[in-house]
Design a protein around this ligand. Sequence first.
Ligand code: HEC
Length: 136
Amino acid sequence: MKSPLPNRMISVSRAVLLAGGLVLGTNAFGDAQQESRPAPIDDPQVANAWRALRIVNCDRCHGKYYEGQSAPSIIAYVRNQSRDMFFRMLLDGDPPRGMPGYRNNPFVSKNIEGIYRYFTLRANGEISSSSRPKSD
Ligand code: HEC
């Protein structure tokens, strides 16, 4: 025998869902937040780092996608080494072995945090080798 109770429960929960939908639909803050969240490569700090890397031409030795050429892969390096080692390598370099130090190069020194973020995002797959900022 059918009891009316389950039907009523269903319509009550439907009403709750509808009301919930209305609340969500008019929640402009939540919606705006979702729409405006940039892709990792469009995060301003990361996008600036991407540009700096191109200006300084790290790709000349590390390969078009920084995955290694005459010099080793930078992606593999951030995967295996500490943040401190990365900073030290960029600022001091390893001149006897062909890696310039960039301490006095503001494109690198001023963007170093973003550069590290760019490579860790590459290493964990959130940024692909061919990703470029929307504005570029
Ligand atoms: C003139 C060529 C050249 C350029 C330009 C260059 N590098 Fe290097 N880089 C090297 C070489 C060679 C090594 C390997 C040094 C060693 O074995 O100690 C290296 C090593 C590194 C390492 C450590 C990798 C490892 O496995 O030991 C990082 C990180 C790195 N470079 C980042 C950069 C970044 C970022 C830029 C641009 C800002 C850059 N390099 C520009 C030649 C270059």
